[in-house]
Design a protein around this ligand. Structure first.
Ligand code: CTP
Ligand code: CA
Length: 238
């Protein structure tokens, strides 16, 4: 009985999930990328689908295939992901930004392959800031008509502690900055999280409720996150 309740937790809901890592082109054959595997985003998509949601997966580069039974929107760059996310958000009850979005992109993209040449200096890559998609989604939601304002927006953060503060301090500050409802925090070191099948996260809520820990396989963690999201959605009237 508990099982069937769980499966229905997101029935009738549309959930948009971004996954993987964006790739920012330098020329036709090269890009700046990151190590996101897409596994967490895909596991979330599976968990949301199994909970009865209509799932849209905004897929940046992933090392794993997308799951069956979800709508896949392939994207490459942060700017493409932004467009896809803003469009998908318009009719989504939940938006989860689990993609690793490049903070910067090359200021110029060469139409032709960049060649090494002995008669010129080696190239210097100038970067410009990408838009903060999560923050934009929050602004859009907050300015929307009352029905839309119940949209739940979830961010992810990979943090390390440093001289400015520990992981949770950085995460709390990020949650405030972004304005999303939930922030799922990964503690990262060089050998942790990226590409791995297990994970340990803390879920922070803007409402200020106690941080919730979840660990295990990415499947376990995803189930916990989806269950928390369902709880938040169902605590306000649909
Ligand atoms: N994100 C986004 N758009 C960006 C960068 C990040 O939507 N241009 C989203 C990510 O998908 C994630 C959340 O914001 O859900 C936090 O990403 P993170 O890289 O931790 O945050 P930043 O604000 O980029 O901070 P930092 O300087 O620590 O990288
Ligand atoms: Ca970032």
């Amino acid at each position: 009985q508990g099982q069937s309740d769980f499966q229905l937790q997101l029935a009738g809901r549309t959930v948009t999930i971004s996954a993987g890592g964006t790739r920012e082109p330098l020329d036709p054959v090269r890009f700046l990328g990151n190590r996101s595997s897409g596994k967490q985003g895909v596991a979330l998509a599976v968990a949301a689908r199994n909970a009865g949601a209509t799932v849209r997966l905004l897929a940046a580069h992933m090392d794993v295939p997308p799951p069956a039974g979800v709508e896949v929107v392939p994207v490459e760059t942060a700017l493409q992901l932004r467009e896809a996310a803003l469009a998908a958000a318009a009719d989504s009850d939940v938006v989860i930004m689990s993609a690793a979005v490049a903070d910067f992109r090359p200021a110029a993209v060469s139409d032709t392959k960049i060649k090494k040449r002995d008669d010129r200096d080696d190239p210097v890559i100038t970067l410009v800031r990408n838009p903060d998609i999560l923050h934009e989604l929050v602004e859009l939601r907050n300015g929307a008509a009352p029905g839309r304002r119940q949209q739940l927006i979830v961010g992810f953060a990979a943090e390390t502690g440093d001289s400015d503060g520990d992981v949770l301090a950085h995460a709390r500050a990020k949650l405030q900055r972004k304005g999303c409802d939930l922030l799922v925090v990964n503690h990262v070191g060089t050998d942790k999280v990226f590409g791995q099948d297990t994970n340990s996260v803390v879920i922070l809520a803007r409402s200020g409720s106690e941080p919730q820990e979840a660990s295990g396989t990415k499947t376990d963690v995803s189930a916990a996150i989806i269950s928390r999201i369902s709880g938040e959605l169902n605590s306000v009237s649909p």
